[in-house]
Design a binder for this molecule. Structure first.
Ligand SMILES: Cc1ncc(COP(=O)(O)O)c(C=O)c1O
Length: 441
């Protein structure tokens, strides 16, 4: 057990307080802000990560039963097979005046998995790849308006949805994102619609059919898409001549190799992958049908670091291992077990919780008036027991039955503690639930 005092006095907590005076917002990714977990307690930085374990700056060891690098490290941290391939690439030069052959090999492997696509373009992050997909769709259709549901990154095209109405992105996973700095001229170019609701989309499209460049969705996020919805979207996009784009940055590789849309049998015009495709190395891809992808040549899309060798090498090694071992089965089994652990612990200790999500993107929420306080307590108590514990769990291949057994014991202890005194307060700040401005310390 780690004590609350030692966690609060960790090197990571101190470093993060320095970071906030040097880096606006403290980190580069909202989902890695310590405030999202347990402010002033979360270890914040790692010295080492291996398998499903991380070590903080004081050398304390934690089993990661939280977001596993926001879902990026699907095989586990520092996977030997992927890292060996990367080290070899590194030793033979990660960049040069010539291109790396791995990007052609990767294109062939990805197209073999998704034979309805004909071409690819690469970038290195998810938001960037979404920007690229939107540009290609607009160039292809010579139209401006994007209809979307879900979260798609930090780019201007997306935040334009919040220009007129700060509630525009409500219900889209990341409500309240501020569009300051996004040109007002983009007003009306990105229009949200309710996920899984084809009628709401048809209503919003009416009268604008010829302005719509793309319809963008996440084919599944919390749950599988309702039967018929993706097919109806496909029909609507074809009917109005819009490019149908599936953002698979989170859903990709979680339920099968490549896109979850492989399981649904509905083929978009483009799909975008990032995160888990390269087990934590920077890599993203826009795949699409040839007719649409060729429009990339009618606009300027080009960047130096999109040519590095590490991204495609890591993606190829990840894909090979994923396919050889059938990794999806392990992810689904492990996620299902953890969902069951939450349900079982809640039942045993008489607590009400909601358990949601695809098994490989599992989540729970305390049903209580003080949910945020209970979430924060859960995380703090799990930290004391040597776990990065959170209301979400993204399984990896590295999570072994012994890790899950230890987790079950800890979850039961913590649920018992919370159930015994649900109103107990904590002397550190509560977790944030979304985007908030951080004040300089
Ligand atoms: C569905 C979806 N689209 C886009 C993004 C943005 O990707 P990135 O954080 O790599 O820029 C994310 C990241 O969470 C995502 O889940």
């Amino acid at each position: 057990m780690y004590s609350l005092e030692e966690l609060k006095q960790s090197k990571g907590v101190a470093l993060y307080s320095r970071a906030k005076s040097l880096i606006p917002g403290g980190t580069q990714l909202l989902s890695k802000r310590p405030e999202m977990f347990a402010p002033d307690v979360w270890p914040s930085y790692y010295s080492k990560a291996k398998g499903c374990r991380v070590w903080d700056l004081d050398g304390r060891e934690f089993i990661d039963m939280s977001i596993m690098a926001v879902g990026a490290c699907i095989l586990g941290y520092a996977d030997d097979e992927v890292d060996d391939a990367v080290v070899q690439a590194l030793r033979s030069g990660v960049n040069s005046s010539l291109n790396c052959p791995e990007e052609v090999e990767l294109a062939e492997a990805l197209i073999e998995l998704h034979p309805w696509f004909g071409m690819v373009r690469y970038a290195r992050s998810g938001g960037e790849a979404m920007g690229l997909a939107v540009r290609i769709a607009r160039a292809h259709t010579r139209r401006d308006v994007i209809m979307f549901s879900g979260y798609h990154g930090w780019n201007d095209w997306y935040l334009a949805a919040n220009l007129a109405d700060s509630a525009g992105l409500d219900g889209q996973l990341m409500p309240g994102l501020q569009p300051n700095g996004v040109p007002r001229g983009l007003l009306g170019t990105a229009i949200p619609f309710d996920a899984n609701n084809i009628d709401s989309l048809r209503e919003k499209v009416r009268g604008k059919e010829k302005q719509i460049a793309a319809i963008i969705i996440e084919p599944a996020r919390g749950e599988d898409a309702p039967a018929g919805y993706l097919k109806a979207l496909r029909e609507l996009a074809t009917e109005i001549g819009a490019v149908l784009i599936f953002d698979e940055i989170t859903s990709g590789f979680r339920m099968c190799a490549g896109g979850i849309h492989r399981n649904y049998g509905v083929h978009p015009d483009m799909a975008v992958f990032a995160k888990s495709m390269a087990n934590g190395y920077a890599m993203s891809v826009v795949m699409g049908i040839e007719k649409v992808m060729q429009s990339a040549q009618t606009t300027f899309i080009s960047s130096t670091n999109w040519t590095d060798r590490i991204g495609p090498t890591a993606a190829l090694a990840t894909l090979r291992k994923y396919q050889r071992l059938g990794v999806e089965k392990h992810l689904i089994d492990t996620g299902s077990q953890v969902k069951q652990i939450w349900r079982g612990a809640a039942e045993t200790h008489g607590m009400e919780i909601n358990v949601t999500g695809l098994p490989s993107l599992a989540a729970f929420a305390f049903k209580s008036a003080n949910t945020i306080a209970l979430n924060t307590r859960f995380t703090i108590e799990m930290l004391k027991r040597g776990f990065l514990g959170f209301r979400q769990f993204k399984p990896s291949l590295a999570h072994q039955p012994t890790d899950i057994e230890k987790y079950q014991i800890a979850v039961n202890e913590v649920f018992a503690l919370i159930a015994a005194d649900p109103a107990s307060s904590i002397d550190t700040p509560l977790a944030h639930t979304g985007f908030q401005r951080l004040t300089k310390e």
